[in-house]
Design a protein around this ligand. Structure first.
Ligand SMILES: [Zn+2]
Length: 62
């Protein structure tokens, strides 16, 4: 599994279908084989990064 943002594989599992990229500090949720990307803001809120990627880029390559 690779992070669509940094292409790294330094990804930790933080929950069922939820992952965290330690390279670029984004949260990845797996929904129906497509990753939902969120950035954790300094105040703890989440902002979606999905707009920055196409669905193809976010689809998990198995
Ligand atoms: Zn990353």
């Amino acid at each position: 599994m690779h992070c669509p943002n940094c292409k790294g594989n330094n990804i930790g599992k933080i929950g069922n279908q939820q992952f965290y990229c330690w390279n670029c500090f984004i949260e990845l949720s797996l929904i129906d084989g497509v990753l939902d990307l969120h950035q954790v803001e300094s105040d703890g809120s989440l902002s979606s990064l999905n707009d920055l990627f196409s669905e193809d880029e976010r689809r998990l390559q198995l």
